[in-house]
Ligand binder design. Structure first.
Ligand code: SF4
Length: 73
């Protein structure tokens, strides 16, 4: 169970790291227990963000078009 929880948290951290580069994402809640931590303006139709969860971002995929780069060593 501990391993599963750790894996889930790692996945959420990686997703959050990618989503923060999305041009529609104006803020991400630092609270790890926040169920809808992403403040997104894409679906609000204005500069006032709506709150979405990471699953919504994965479905949307807009963050993939926002200059996301991975560094290789
Ligand atoms: S829902 Fe889509 S547009 Fe909004 S922050 Fe997530 S990836 Fe970006």
């Amino acid at each position: 169970m501990d391993k599963l929880l750790r894996s889930q948290l790692e996945t959420e951290l990686i997703t959050t790291e990618m989503v923060k580069h999305c041009s529609y994402c104006v803020m991400i809640s630092p609270d790890p227990l926040h169920r809808t931590p992403i403040y997104c303006i894409k679906y609000s139709g204005s500069n006032t963000p709506i709150l979405v969860n990471l699953a919504t971002c994965l479905s949307c995929g807009a963050f993939k078009k926002c200059g996301l780069r991975f560094e290789q060593s």
